[in-house]
Design a protein around this ligand. Structure first.
Ligand SMILES: C[S@@+](CC[C@H](N)C(=O)[O-])C[C@H]1O[C@@H](n2cnc3c(N)ncnc32)[C@H](O)[C@@H]1O
Length: 237
C-alpha cells in the first residue's frame, strides 16, 4: 500500500474542514470556513442536514446491534446519529488527518468513546483492507470516485451490506442545482464529480463480488443505493 493520496483524497484533505464548517453551519465549534465556502452556504442551505436525516431514516430499521463503517465520516456526525439509532459500534474513516483529529476530540468529549473509532486512510488506495464490519455507509463520498477508484474502493471493503448515497446521472435533470454545483467544483478546483447509471453501478458492485439485488431509491434531491433486503423484517445480520 502506498502513502500517496488519490486525486479526490488530495482535494478533500485540503478542503474538508472548511467544507464541513460551512455545510453544518449551525455548529459553531468548527474552525471558520473560507470565504468561498461561507458564500456557498447561502446556496446549499440546509440540504446536507436533510441528506443525513433522510439517510438515517432509511438505514435505522437495520442498525440495531450492528458494527458500521462510515466511509468519508468527516467529524463523525453521521456516526453519532447511527449510534443513537441503535448501532452497537461505528468506525469512521476519512482521508483527512485534520478532520479525524476533530472527530476524535469529539469522541473523547462525548459519552460513547468506547463505541466509536476514527482513523484516517485514503479508501481508494489499492490493497487497503478496511475493517470487517456488518454494514458500510457513505454519504457524499463515492461521487468523487472515477471507475478505477470505485472498483478499488469496493474491493477494499469487508462487509456483506452496503448503504450508499448514490451519484445518479439523474442529478443533471435538476439543472439549476447541477450548474451551481459545477461552479463550486470549478472554483474549488475539485478534480471531478462522477455520475453513474444504475445498471453500470450494479455491474460494478457485482464485479466486486457482491451478489443479489442492488436497489436504488430517490428521496428528495438525493439518491441511495443498497443491497439490504428492501423489507427490514427480512434482514439478518
Ligand atoms: C462531501 S464530504 C461528506 C462528509 C460526510 N459523509 C457528510 O455527509 O457530511 C466527503 C467526505 O469524504 C471524504 N473523502 C473523500 N475522498 C476520500 C478518500 N479517497 N478516502 C477517504 N475519505 C475520502 C472527505 O474527506 C469528506 O469527509
Amino acid at each position: 500500500m502506498s502513502d500517496k493520496k488519490s486525486e479526490s483524497g488530495k482535494y478533500w484533505d485540503e478542503h474538508v474542514v472548511s467544507w464541513e464548517a460551512s455545510t453544518y453551519y449551525a455548529d459553531k465549534s468548527m474552525p471558520k470556513p473560507t470565504l468561498w465556502d461561507s458564500f456557498s452556504t447561502y446556496f446549499r442551505g440546509s440540504q446536507l442536514y436533510d441528506r443525513m436525516n433522510i439517510a438515517l431514516e432509511m438505514v435505522k430499521p437495520y442498525l440495531n446491534g450492528l458494527t458500521v463503517l462510515d466511509v468519508g465520516c468527516a467529524s463523525g456526525r453521521f456516526a453519532d446519529q447511527m449510534l443513537a439509532a441503535g448501532a452497537a459500534r461505528v468506525i469512521g474513516v476519512d482521508v483527512s488527518d485534520d478532520i479525524i483529529r476533530i472527530a476524535n476530540d469529539r469522541r473523547l468529549a462525548g459519552p460513547n468513546k468506547e463505541r466509536l473509532e476514527f482513523f484516517s486512510a485514503d479508501v481508494v488506495q489499492p490493497g487497503l483492507k478496511l475493517p470487517k464490519v456488518d454494514i458500510v455507509t457513505a454519504l457524499g463520498v463515492i461521487e468523487y470516485f472515477d471507475e478505477k477508484d470505485m472498483m478499488n474502493f469496493l474491493g477494499n471493503l469487508q462487509t456483506p451490506w452496503l448503504f450508499l448515497d448514490f451519484p445518479d446521472v439523474a442529478r443533471t435533470t435538476n439543472w439549476l442545482q447541477w450548474w451551481m454545483r459545477q461552479v463550486y467544483i470549478r472554483v474549488n478546483k475539485c478534480p471531478g464529480v462522477y455520475l453513474y447509471e444504475r445498471p453500470q453501478f450494479t455491474d460494478m458492485v457485482h464485479k466486486a463480488g457482491y451478489k443479489g439485488d442492488i436497489w436504488y431509491e430517490r428521496r428528495s434531491l438525493f439518491h441511495f443505493a443498497s443491497n439490504l433486503p428492501r423489507n427490514p423484517s427480512q434482514f439478518k445480520k
